[in-house]
Design a protein around this ligand. Structure first.
Ligand code: PTJ
Length: 265
């Protein structure tokens, strides 16, 4: 298969945007296998654009959010990790590792319904070693009130106290918050509805955020309950969003000065 067909084995490692291309191709391959929705390509492109103007690195603000999210997940009695197509395509092993460390189920929850998608995502997660996958048996699904999209159909999320929602569209966070749940979002767009409604918003690329979360959770695992509560208490999501926007602004100011330094025609 050629590079144009979406096979990432043909991207030269020396390419200046190797990592970005590698993940782009994972999304393309995911779409061909039904894991990723067609709209998932567009969502990924939007994420790439935000990542670009955030400097494509995990900044200090995101690091604090990941730490607070790790503490909240460790404090949770019934944490659930929601998984959509893009998440399964980009970080299958890492999300399964997180689920195992926390002993939390992975719940497949899709916006775009298409025959075969749930099975395709289940397969990817199983191949990555998943032990507890929910959202796969129609008879076990119940509806969340106040939501009309396919995302209203949930299984373990209904009884969860903390729900992690990576790369989510629209208004489910708002609906889940109304049911008293704590929400952790991973979203490169600090102005998305999900980012603004969540209790903890990680403004970072999921491909960097989940591995770092796995490391931090291992480190925090032996902390006392009050130490974890203090980490969560100190975190302020409004400040986190505002600081992320400030960071974008500053990054663009610096780039404005630097942009043409190495361009000699
Ligand atoms: O698999 P499905 O059917 O559940 O559909 C999943 C998508 C992502 C297609 C669906 O939820 C959707 O349309 O989402 P949106 O409205 O495009 O929102 C996705 C958000 O994730 C956007 O704010 C993007 O900036 C952000 N995003 C995209 N890629 C990444 C990301 N955030 C973190 N890491 C990424 N790699």
């Amino acid at each position: 298969m050629s590079q144009e067909n979406g096979n990432n084995s043909t991207i030269p490692r020396s390419h200046p945007r190797y990592l970005s291309l590698k993940y782009r191709h994972k999304i393309i391959e995911g779409m061909k296998n039904l894991v990723v929705a067609e709209a998932g390509l567009i969502a990924h492109g939007r994420g790439e654009a935000f990542d670009y103007i955030l400097g494509e690195r995990t900044n200090e603000i995101a690091r604090e959010a990941i730490k607070a999210a790790s503490a909240l997940l460790l404090l949770a009695k019934k944490p659930v990790i929601s998984v959509n197509g893009n998440t399964a395509a980009l970080v299958p092993k890492e999300i399964v590792e997180l689920s195992k460390i926390l002993k939390a189920p992975l719940e497949i929850n899709l916006f775009y319904k298409k025959k075969g998608r749930i099975e395709a995502i289940k397969k990817v997660l199983e191949e990555a070693g998943a032990l507890d996958i929910r959202g796969i048996h129609e008879e076990k699904l119940v509806e969340i009130e106040g939501l009309d999209s396919n995302r209203r159909l949930v299984e373990s999320i209904k009884d969860a106290d903390v729900v992690m929602v990576p790369l989510e569209d629209g208004d489910r966070t708002e609906a889940l918050k109304k049911l008293g749940k704590k929400i952790i979002a991973i979203d490169l767009n600090p102005l998305s509805r999900t980012a603004l409604w969540a209790d903890i918003t990680i403004v970072d690329n999921i491909v960097r955020a989940i591995p770092l979360m796995n490391t931090l959770i291992q480190k925090l695992k032996n902390s006392t309950k009050s130490e974890l509560e203090e980490i969560v208490r100190r975190f302020d999501n409004k400040k986190c969003i505002q600081a992320s926007l400030e960071l974008i602004k500053n990054y663009l100011d610096v780039q404005k000065e630097k942009a043409f330094k190495n361009v000699k025609i």
